[in-house]
Design a protein around this ligand. Sequence first.
Ligand code: FDA
Length: 290
Amino acid sequence: MDRLPTARRFVRRFVAGPALEDALAVAARLNADGVDAAVTHLGENVATAEEATGAADAYLKMLDEIGHRRLRAVASLKLTHLGLDLGESVCRVNLERVAAHGLTARTLVWVDMESSAYTDRTLELYRRLRPTYGNLACVVQSYLRRTAQDVEGLIEIGATVRLCKGAYREAPQLAFPDKRDVDLSYTRLLDRLLSADALARGVYPAFATHDEHLIGRAREQARAGGVAADRYEVQMLYGIRHDLHATLRAGGVQLRVLIPYGDDWYGYFMRRLAERPANLAFFFRQLLRT
Ligand code: FDA
């Protein structure tokens, strides 16, 4: 598909480019506009230990470059890219390498949340490593029925938590099938993460959404609770709702944009298409025209 110019152009809407350099150039531009960055090297479900080690190496290089260029940027990674399918120990070794490098560079490392097949293992590894690597941050998904309980556990340890809606296809026993329930769950979790009790325990919430209503809710709750602007942030994806950036920044909201790069864009791109039917229709219309 990436040999078709139309497809490549469309992928480029969501992916900075094939190389680290492409993502760092975007990060520098965003920084100049007062927006922070998170950089992710695309890849997931690797099949060999060599690939997993290679992925960790790419993150070490990324952290070095972020430091050299003095960018306001952090790393965001997937555990299956670091070898979780090959066994916990393979993944753990790689995650510790990246986390230790980030700790030295004083840079956060977000551990993305993948499908529910990985939720327990991801949270378990996060909980185990966080006492050593305080720069590790984790993600929860409001579509999962279990998340309210997971959030309580994360509040107890004063975690740095990204709250997103969730981007994988899940069974209705595990995830709310109705978007209204996902949004309601997001609202409840947002309120909980911004509560005085959670913040007093050291929780740092990041609200990852392009949903204006939910971003408004976070701002209102923060204002009502007297939460300082630097005690939480809003996160968005590269290529989505850039039109909101300037207004949010002007309103004093800390904003971070996640910038993906790399050749292994298929899974990421398909999730972006799937979460918005209009993208899919547009994409296929363009393909048919070529
Ligand atoms: P929603 O889907 O309701 O969209 C709200 C509005 O945003 C739409 O009306 C539209 O304007 C715009 N929009 C949203 N998606 C779009 C798209 N693909 N194309 C064009 N416009 C779009 N998920 C996960 O399972 N694990 C993770 O670790 C992460 N990490 C993550 C980090 C960051 C920084 C973000 C912003 C998101 C994630 N996600 C994620 C993805 C998340 O779960 C979710 O799938 C997307 O953010 C889309 O949901 P919204 O909250 O934007 O709401």
